[in-house]
Design a protein around this ligand. Structure first.
Ligand code: TYD
Length: 133
């Protein structure tokens, strides 16, 4: 599997760093939703779903966490630990997030508003869905 990594341009100067993300520029979709996950308790694993349509960019803007990506054929684990690096997750990709550091803030930019109908939350149903694409 080829994980689509994202490296943002850092606008650094003597004062520090700044990253800017614009829809359809650095981010290859309209940004319809932003959410972030923080204060994740030790040992927690979350996600456990895929999306039929949604595209997302994940950046761990503080601390670190790991992401398991599974396209139904291959699995890959990715570490996110820099505020200027992320991964794009296309539709039809099972994901699990784990190993959050206590200070982790996982920022997600999403191409669609929240829609429970877009979720596939059962792994067997996910395999069935991707194999029928
Ligand atoms: P959940 O889907 O369990 O998060 P994860 O997939 O990261 O484990 O979401 C937790 C709660 O937040 C759940 O009640 C749904 C709600 N939620 C929203 O209201 N809007 C959103 O954009 C997201 C991602 C979740």
């Amino acid at each position: 599997m080829k994980v689509e990594r994202f490296v943002a341009q850092q606008h650094g100067d003597s004062r520090g760093q700044l990253v800017a993300l614009e829809e359809n520029k650095e981010i290859p979709f309209d940004i319809k939703r932003v959410y972030y996950i923080y204060d994740t308790l030790s040992g927690v694993r979350r996600g456990f779903h895929a999306h039929k349509k949604l595209k997302q960019l994940l950046i761990c803007v503080h601390g670190s966490c790991k992401i398991l990506l599974d396209d139904g054929k291959e699995k890959e684990n990715v570490v996110l630990d820099k505020p200027f690096e992320g991964i794009f997750i296309e539709s039809n990709m099972w994901r699990e997030m784990y190993d959050f550091s206590p200070d982790a803030v996982l920022l997600v930019l999403a191409s669609e508003v929240y829609d429970e109908a877009d979720y596939i939350r059962n792994y067997d149903k996910f395999l069935e869905y991707v194999n029928n694409q």
